[in-house]
Write a protein that binds this ligand. Structure first.
Ligand code: SF4
Length: 449
């Protein structure tokens, strides 16, 4: 095999995606039909059962990604400014991307064949957007008639012991308050086998053109927290587990303390902003935490050579890099850190991350460490999560800060070293140290020389 060879068929099958690829290439004998410069030939590979083939694929899905035909008013893709990377505008509703990357699917395009495949290949866990269990309200939210009936697939998945995590994106005035109560009652009645349900607020950028979409008032955020709290007790009594969790953003909006770590029951939806504050806090405070909670490796823990993507894509070019300015090369972390330790430190974070990190830093009692919240003017609206910080906003904050200080940048806002707005870390007006987005990494970066 040579780079550029095209594998057309594996052991008699044209694989649709990296999942089939993995299953087919897992065998001890693999027959490949290969095309090279217009010529086709067969190749038999003999190896140990389960041994990787030794080839990498360029994408996770080889046929077409199943696109979404819903028109949710809160859809963040509709609220992106023009001119961003093309891939960011792709609205997918593909169970395979749910399995591979943790994307949420509404199941409105799910079919009997898909169900058969999920069951046969045990594609578990999956993430499903529920939003409301009332059929009319759900179809109104998704702006899709099939939204009224597509939760029947959720029932079928659960009937076949597929692990499913549910999500409710709450839009005030639409599916909060009594509708949220009704939804959670519907979950208990119809989908009690769900692994968890996370309740998160909608994000609104300044590009939203939807008149019904607005941010929560304080009272509305408080009500969501109260509803989740009360349903946790109900689920606990009925099922022996809490099942439903509110996103960290709700506790910040409502000015309430985050729930105790033990109540998160393993932080299974950490990626969705559930319990991130508590894990960060614990990792920061406890030097014995060696494995911080981060993105789930998911399928890629066992697929060899598959491209990680989406939220699970590598964030940095290399771990813990210190990035020079402009054309200056990245310098070895250890060299720069030892030179800079002792300098004052600015910790960059989103406006929603700041209230979590500030008290932790304050407890250190160090006057040389400050938190630098980065207001998100690129997206505007209520967008304050650290993961959506962009280069131009960070550059504006850094330009007002002194030279010679250390600036710590959490890697969650990067994908392969690039911000969502296409800027690279080396374009920033001050050198930054890119660190993993967890409490242990921050603690270690702040340790004295
Ligand atoms: S289902 Fe997801 S991708 Fe599709 S419109 Fe709704 S929010 Fe957007």
């Amino acid at each position: 095999m040579l780079p550029g060879d095209e594998i057309l068929v594996i052991s008699g099958e044209v694989p649709r995606d990296v999942i089939r690829w993995q299953i087919l290439t897992d065998e001890a004998e693999v027959v490949l039909a290969v095309e090279r410069d217009g010529d086709r030939f067969d190749l038999t590979v003999q190896k140990r059962d389960g041994e990787p083939l030794g080839a990498e694929v360029h994408a996770a899905v080889f046929d077409k990604v199943q696109t979404c035909d819903n028109h949710c008013e809160f859809c963040f893709i509709h609220q992106l400014p023009k001119g961003m990377r093309r891939s960011l505008y792709l609205k997918d509703d593909d169970y395979r991307l749910s399995f591979l990357y943790g994307n949420f699917t509404t199941l409105t395009r799910f079919t009997e064949l898909d169900l058969e495949r999920v069951i046969t290949e045990r594609l578990s866990p999956l993430n499903v957007s529920i939003h409301a269990t009332d059929p009319a309200i759900r179809s109104d939210i998704l702006k899709n008639r099939r939204g009224a009936v597509s939760l029947r697939w959720l029932r079928a998945l659960l009937d076949h012991d597929i692990e499913v995590h549910g999500q409710v994106v709450v839009c005030p005035g639409l599916n909060d308050a009594d509708v949220l109560e009704d939804t959670l009652a519907g979950v208990l009645e119809r989908f009690p086998e769900l692994a968890s349900v996370c309740v998160v607020p909608l994000g609104i950028s300044k590009f939203s053109k939807e008149p019904r979409m607005r941010t929560h008032t304080l009272a509305e955020a408080e009500r969501v927290v109260d509803i989740v709290d009360s349903w946790q007790s109900t689920f606990m009594a009925a099922l022996g587990r809490r099942m439903v969790f509110a996103g960290d953003e709700y506790y910040l909006m409502a000015g309430r303390p985050f729930p105790a770590p033990a109540t998160y029951e393993g932080f299974s939806m950490h990626e969705d902003g559930i319990g991130m504050a508590r894990t960060f806090e614990a990792e920061f405070a406890d030097p014995t935490v060696s494995e911080p909670t981060g993105p789930r490796a998911g399928f890629f823990a066992w697929v060899d050579g598959a491209p990680a993507d989406g939220y699970r894509a590598p964030r940095q070019d290399s771990p813990a890099t210190v990035v020079g300015q402009g054309d200056a090369p990245a310098i070895s972390t250890s060299v720069v850190l030892s030179a800079r330790r002792g300098a004052a430190v600015g910790v960059l974070t989103g406006t929603l991350g700041a209230p979590i990190i500030e008290p932790l830093v304050a407890e250190l009692g160090r006057t040389d460490v400050r938190v630098l919240p980065v207001p998100n003017e690129f997206f505007g609206g209520n967008i304050g999560v650290t993961g959506l910080m962009v280069g131009e906003d960070i550059a504006r904050v850094l330009a007002g800060e002194p030279e010679g200080h250390r600036y710590l940048l959490p890697d969650v806002c990067l994908s392969r070293g690039v911000f969502l707005d296409g800027m690279h870390v080396s374009d920033l007006p001050r050198p930054v140290e890119v660190i993993s987005t967890d409490g242990a990494a921050l603690r270690s970066a702040l340790e004295p020389a």
